[in-house]
Design a protein around this ligand. Structure first.
Ligand code: NAG
Ligand code: NAG
Ligand code: NAG
Ligand code: NAG
Length: 279
């Protein structure tokens, strides 16, 4: 119960790219509202929330599975001008599937955050492995022509040409501690969110909820090939453990090829001061 309260506090404090609307069950909130928060027994609380059957769409298990769908869509469709954030979960259902793990079926909307008006309704399935013998995390999203209708080819081509001609892009702290990003750096920040989604999808389990917190550094690497290459230092916020985790990711992008990850490396430190890195 105490865990729910902490999560809400964090949920409200932000997180970029659509922090999930985690809601507190009313009875729990009022019961805990006057008590100081002292001990968090994460293990125990997670057991409690692993429900089966129809789930409350606004509660944590459904939101976690929906977050994985968001990261997945970024890996499939993301670009400097196309980034998916979480919209709403309308329906969620969970069940154990022998030999595969735990399956979540969701009806949800996702929001394309660069063109805020675009909300896409779709259904998706996420299977989290629970044992070594299970296949890795599986995500399926119903095919939906709406994903293809977001046509950013003109902007993408312009960005590509600009940074192909001048391969010296460098930026830090996107956004800065005031939440500000220079307009010229917004596309490279968006690409940083997409690149981070590859890491977050890879790292996600049934017990995690990752948001991208900040692009700490991004440096363009010179490339003779028909693509742009960037080295990102990104800070990811894992809401369950409350850690800010730094990753170095080398990625390429071009309009026809999309984003490809050449290398991802977890740094051996976590950032402890949330306030300086989160909005
Ligand atoms: C996107 O728009 C461009 C320019 O308007 C057009 O040439 C291209 O065919 C469109 N692509 C898709 C997939 O609709
Ligand atoms: C290349 O871009 C950098 C910043 O990204 C800028 O400072 C520099 O002046 C540009 N060089 C040329 C030749 O345009
Ligand atoms: C994460 O990436 C590593 C290295 O690329 C890969 O071996 C592993 O299977 C990936 N895990 C998942 C769950 O995708
Ligand atoms: C960003 O770059 C600076 C300077 O190179 C370095 O000190 C810092 O550790 C980098 N940030 C991260 C999160 O890797």
């Amino acid at each position: 119960m105490i865990l729910w309260v902490l999560l809400v506090a964090v949920g409200l404090s932000g997180g970029i790219g659509g922090s999930p609307a985690v809601t507190v069950p009313i009875d729990v909130a009022s019961e805990n509202s006057k008590k100081p928060i002292v001990v968090v027994d994460v293990e125990e609380e997670i057991e409690v929330v692993m429900e089966t059957g129809e789930l409350n769409p606004s509660h944590y298990p459904a939101q976690r599975a929906a977050k994985v769908v968001q990261h997945y869509l970024n890996t499939q469709h993301g670009s400097p001008y196309k980034v998916f954030g979480q919209g709403k979960v309308f329906k969620a259902f969970a069940e154990d599937v022998p030999g595969s793990g735990r399956k979540y079926q969701l009806e949800l909307s996702v929001e394309e955050i660069v063109h805020k008006q675009i909300k896409i309704k779709t259904s998706a399935e996420v299977i989290f492995p629970r044992e070594q013998s299970h296949p890795p995390l599986q995500v399926r999203v119903s095919s939906n022509d709406d994903f293809l209708k977001i046509n950013t080819s003109v902007q993408e081509e312009a960005f590509y040409q600009q940074h192909k001609t001048n391969q010296s892009l460098f930026a830090q702290n996107l956004p800065d501690s005031y939440g500000h990003i220079e307009p010229e750096h917004v596309p490279i920040w968006h690409l940083g969110i997409v690149v981070s989604s590859f890491v977050m999808l890879n790292q996600s389990t049934e017990d995690t909820l990752y948001n991208m917190a900040q692009v700490a550094n991004v440096t363009q690497m010179a490339s003779d090939e028909d693509l742009l290459e960037f080295e990102y230092d990104v800070l990811l916020h894992e809401m369950v453990s409350q850690e800010i985790i730094a990753w170095k990711v080398l990625a390429t992008w071009s309009p026809p090829e999309g984003v490809k990850i050449l290398k991802m490396e977890k740094r051996d430190y976590v950032v402890n001061n949330l306030k300086t890195t989160l909005l």
